[in-house]
Write a protein that binds this ligand. Structure first.
Ligand SMILES: Nc1ncnc2c1ncn2[C@@H]1O[C@H](COP(=O)(O)OP(=O)(O)O)[C@@H](O)[C@H]1O
Ligand SMILES: Nc1ccn([C@@H]2O[C@H](COP(=O)(O)OP(=O)(O)O)[C@@H](O)[C@H]2O)c(=O)n1
Length: 228
């Protein structure tokens, strides 16, 4: 037994609106870990494609340009940042246009290879470990993660949460858009949204955010205790 705190890698995956970002940020802050929002990186490369006039439905054009944007993610959970070619992208990556186009861009294998490499080097450089959230972290990006969580929730709960964020948004339209994006993300050929065989599935439909955070913190602490 030793009191050394081992570095820990946590992968949190799941569809849109299941609570990945809020849970991951809070867990990382509570445990002194770094935090990486991989969806923000796919949104950032999508924003770059749009602003550079690349047709996101032209997979060959997207593939050709995939290596061009310089994407930098700040991993402090209390102040996550993202820049593209030195510009703050945190606002522009959340527009409806980017949200509607990100699945097409993220399905292109050259985009995934590029972004996956970035994610692995960020995780390897995190001094005390990291919480990485996305769609393919447990299956593809970090298959040796110490703990893998797969969050789920009913489409109704997820749409209500998302519509609550977008003031004045219609819940049923939000629900349809979200189901469409999940379907695209789950059916693409290269590293689709999927639960890793060794991931712990947590259905958050009836849980408060606080309960989900506590559940994940407990699972991380159990892993750390077992590693001592
Ligand atoms: N268990 C929960 N109960 C109620 N609201 C939640 C819960 N988890 C997250 N939320 C809220 O739902 C919205 C979407 O959460 P977010 O963490 O961005 O999900 P994801 O990253 O999976 O898309 C946020 O406004 C968040 O505060
Ligand atoms: N690891 C990941 C993370 C996101 N993505 C893509 O990026 C999009 C945006 O991810 P996000 O996490 O910001 O989505 P929200 O659920 O937060 O709206 C997803 O719909 C996927 O198309 C991915 O392909 N792989």
């Amino acid at each position: 037994m030793s009191d050394t705190v081992h570095s820990v890698i946590v992968a949190i995956d799941g569809p849109s609106g299941t609570g990945k970002s809020s849970t991951s940020k809070a867990v990382a802050a509570k445990l002194g870990l770094s935090y990486l929002d991989t969806g923000a990186q796919y949104r950032a490369i999508t924003w770059w494609m749009i602003t550079n006039g690349i047709d996101v439905d032209d997979a060959a054009a997207v593939a050709d340009a995939a290596g061009k944007p310089v994407i930098v993610s700040g991993t402090d959970p209390s102040h996550p940042t993202i820049t593209v070619d030195g510009l703050d992208a945190s606002g522009p990556i959340r527009t409806q246009e980017v949200t509607s186009k990100v699945s097409a861009v993220s399905a292109v294998p050259e985009v995934r290879t590029r972004i996956t490499g970035l994610q692995r080097s960020i995780a390897a450089a995190a001094p005390h470990g990291i919480v990485v959230e996305g769609r393919d972290i447990g299956t593809t990006v970090l298959p040796d993660a110490d703990l893998k969580i797969f969050l789920t929730a009913s489409p109704e709960a997820r749409a209500a949460r998302r519509a609550g964020e977008l003031k004045g948004a219609d819940v049923s339209a939000t629900r349809e858009a979200l189901i469409k994006r999940d379907a695209a993300d789950s059916t693409r050929k290269t590293s689709p949204l999927a639960k890793a065989d060794d991931a712990v599935e947590v259905d958050t439909t009836e849980l408060t955010l606080q309960q989900v955070i506590e559940c994940v913190v407990t699972l991380v602490e159990e892993k750390r205790a077992a590693a001592k």
